[in-house]
Design a protein around this ligand. Structure first.
Ligand code: C2O
Ligand code: CU
Ligand code: CU
Length: 481
């Protein structure tokens, strides 16, 4: 498969249209059958709600209704009528209280992705189901040493997750640093995808894309198509990028600008890493410093081959999208800003023998007749069952999990509550300290992580963050006690 050239894609893209892409996941559509977005407006950010005196109280109403998407009026899901929902800004040690009101036609609930908080009771409990017309009060207590970084929230009601996230239910959470980084400005960029028909209504994905993982025809940044940002030469900005797409992997470039990665997910590198691109699997986040250089740079999402089920046209590949936003750097240069202060080295679980080693096998079965079209999505040969504990761990123990993927497509593995330290990829030890809460497991390969089941007790889940796979059963239960 050979992606078409970027220049060609741009010509095809034309005004107000996203560029064409490769192999069947194309973003070019017949005029009139799908919503034609308006591109190029200034980047808007979701409302920001900040904690005060250690508490943030928020009411989130999930509903289907009018929202602005790509500069057009549309009908989709949203929290509080905006897509994405409000950004929640917290400090370590804060308490977050959310009243979730369900005005949808189906059950829902709320998950705070990546936060290191209790999974029990009114905490980050994905076993709660909030029925239509009802509400639920969540109460999360962040530890005083909660890692700073960018997190996010989204529904987690098994069977409905992909539909509800695809429909527009997501928002960012920022846990601030104990000492602010010196930057000219911060931006939150929530990247999502969605498909809307010509009248701006949600278009349902095909049965096949519910198995491969649906990818939307519109790729949005904060609900906008190709928004523009501006900066002055020399300014340093901090970008918090969330991949809230259901299944699309993002390979992001911003050529012409200097990029220093502070970390992925909750992890923070001791020193920022100069990078040319950042790859985010669904659910991953990037904490990125951008040092502006004169000129106009495109934030591009390039293709990622995430594999396919052999012989199926249009497989799972996340095609090239092209430009998803633009940064214009003009005006008088500002004096160079000081570099990011070094971080204390992150905890390293390598060294001591783990209390236990486990092997988990992610598999996709063909012709089993389990899902529509006969594909089954399993971990250790089983589909999700909420009442079964698949991994019983001792609270406080450090374990080593090798996650194997026997299928011909990638699966981004996610564990709630406890972050994972990647210690080996395909059997080769990694030589740096890498903490993430979504770890991509490439097709026909394996990744080994270590997990410290510290601080909290209770039951929670691990799953593939291609949310269609999760809804199809690729999820298990872990209980710490
Ligand atoms: Cu972002 Cu269990 O998910
Ligand atoms: Cu999560
Ligand atoms: Cu998967």
């Amino acid at each position: 498969m050979r992606p078409i050239s970027r220049r060609h894609a741009l010509q095809l893209g034309g005004l107000g249209l996203l560029s064409a892409a490769v192999g069947g996941t194309g973003l070019l559509w017949p005029r009139g059958s799908l919503l034609q977005p308006r591109s190029g407006a200034g980047l808007a950010e979701p409302d920001t709600l900040r904690s005060a005196d250690g508490v943030l109280r928020v009411r989130l109403e999930a509903a289907e209704g009018p929202v602005t998407i790509g500069g057009r009026s549309a009908t989709a899901f949203s929290y509080n009528g905006s897509l994405p929902g409000p950004t929640l800004r917290l400090r370590p040690g804060d308490r977050l209280q959310v009243t979730l009101v369900n005005r949808l036609a189906d059950s829902t609930n709320l998950h705070v992705h990546g936060l290191h908080v209790s999974p029990e009771g009114h905490g980050d409990n994905v076993f709660v189901a909030v029925q239509p017309g009802e509400s639920f009060d969540y109460d999360y207590q962040l530890p005083d040493d909660h890692p700073p970084g960018v997190y996010w929230y989204h529904p987690h009601h098994h069977g409905m997750v992909a539909d509800q996230v695809f429909g527009g239910l997501y928002g960012a959470i920022v846990v601030e640093d104990p000492a602010e980084l010196p930057v000219a400005r911060e931006r939150v960029l929530v990247v999502s995808d969605i498909t809307l028909d010509a009248s701006g209504r949600l278009q349902q994905p095909s049965a096949m894309s519910r198995q491969m993982g649906r990818e939307g025809k519109l790729v949005l940044v904060n609900g906008q198509t190709r928004p523009t940002m501006s900066a002055r030469p020399g300014e340093r900005e901090r970008w918090r990028i969330v991949n809230s797409c259901v299944a699309r992997y993002l390979r992001l470039r911003l050529d012409g600008q200097q990029l220093d990665l502070l970390g992925i997910d909750s992890g923070r590198y001791p020193v920022p890493r100069r990078v040319g691109e950042v790859v985010l699997a669904p659910g991953n986040r990037a904490d990125l410093l951008v040092t502006a250089a004169e000129g106009t740079s495109a934030l591009e999402a390039l293709g990622v081959d995430r594999g396919s089920m052999g012989g199926m046209m249009g497989g799972g590949t996340s095609g090239e999208v092209g430009t998803i936003a633009t940064l214009q750097v003009t005006g008088a240069a500002v004096a160079a800003q000081p570099g990011a202060p070094a971080q204390p080295a992150a905890r390293d679980l390598r060294g001591p023998e783990p209390a236990r080693r486990r092997r988990l096998v992610f598999a996709v079965g063909m012709g089993g007749g389990m899902g529509p079209g006969g594909m089954s999505f399993t971990i250790d040969g089983r589909e999700f069952a909420p009442d079964r504990v698949d991994q019983a761990v001792t609270a406080g123990a450090v374990e080593e999990w090798t996650i194997a993927n026997t299928s011909p497509m990638d699966h981004p593995m996610h564990l709630h509550v406890w972050p994972m330290q990647i210690v080996a990829e395909a059997g080769r030890p990694v030589d740096d300290i890498r903490w993430q809460d979504v770890v991509n497991i490439p097709a026909a390969s394996e990744v080994t992580v270590r997990i410290a089941f510290d601080r909290f007790h209770g039951r929670t889940v691990y799953h593939c963050h291609i949310l269609d796979h999760e809804d199809n059963g690729m999820m298990g239960v872990v209980e710490a006690s």
